[in-house]
Design a protein around this ligand. Structure first.
Ligand code: SF4
Ligand code: SF4
Length: 180
């Protein structure tokens, strides 16, 4: 058993009723993560995407979570205002079965880093720029097993290397770490 340590868990709460679909969150996220910073704003590079149903006029923001090496076997069904949504529509994973949350050039998975990229932001930028307050930043403290945490990170890196090849990952990391 590994030692327990305290970990701050950071989340973004999404209030669907307040979202008006302006997509400012997509613009600011992709601009902040562009190289050089703020040089472009391509929503395809955003770590938050707004899912829209034109018939019901519903907008749901989904921010990118963990990479998954394989399609999951259990799927979730969502019903909003009586309309049933695609099983994978609101999943946060970068998954082999769909194009969402993948870097358009390399195909490597995108994950929300809570804007802790260089320079780290005091508050996630999508939350700061959302004028309707549909997004709220929250922190809570949890106890985790230190070894388990390291193991999960190693499994994630190994499956990425298996799928994309170490060279491609190293190239992308080098490009992303280029200074402005
Ligand atoms: S910035 Fe806020 S209101 Fe605009 S699309 Fe994103 S979550 Fe919705
Ligand atoms: S917290 Fe930052 S990285 Fe995450 S979705 Fe929002 S803008 Fe993008």
């Amino acid at each position: 058993m590994g030692e327990k340590k305290k970990k701050i868990v950071k989340t973004i709460k999404v209030d669907v009723d307040k979202c008006n679909g302006c997509r400012t969150c997509e613009v600011i996220c992709s601009a902040f993560h562009a190289t050089p910073k703020y040089s472009s704003n391509n929503p395809a590079r955003s770590r938050i995407r707004v899912i829209h149903d034109p018939l019901k006029d519903v907008y749901v923001s989904v921010y990118a979570g963990e990479y998954t090496a394989a399609e999951c076997t259990g799927r979730d069904k969502y019903t909003i205002d009586g309309k049933e949504y695609d099983e994978c529509a609101f999943c946060r994973a970068s998954c082999p079965s769909r194009d969402l949350f993948k870097e358009p050039d390399s195909g490597l998975p995108l994950k929300c880093d809570m804007c802790e990229d260089d320079p780290p932001q005091k508050e996630p930028l999508c939350v700061k720029w959302c004028i309707t307050d549909a997004l709220t930043y929250e922190e809570r403290e949890e106890e985790v097993e230190e070894e388990l945490e390291r193991e999960e990170m190693e499994i994630g890196l190994e499956s990425l290397a298996n799928k994309y090849g170490l060279d491609k990952i190293m190239d992308t990391v080098a490009r992303m770490s280029m200074k402005d």
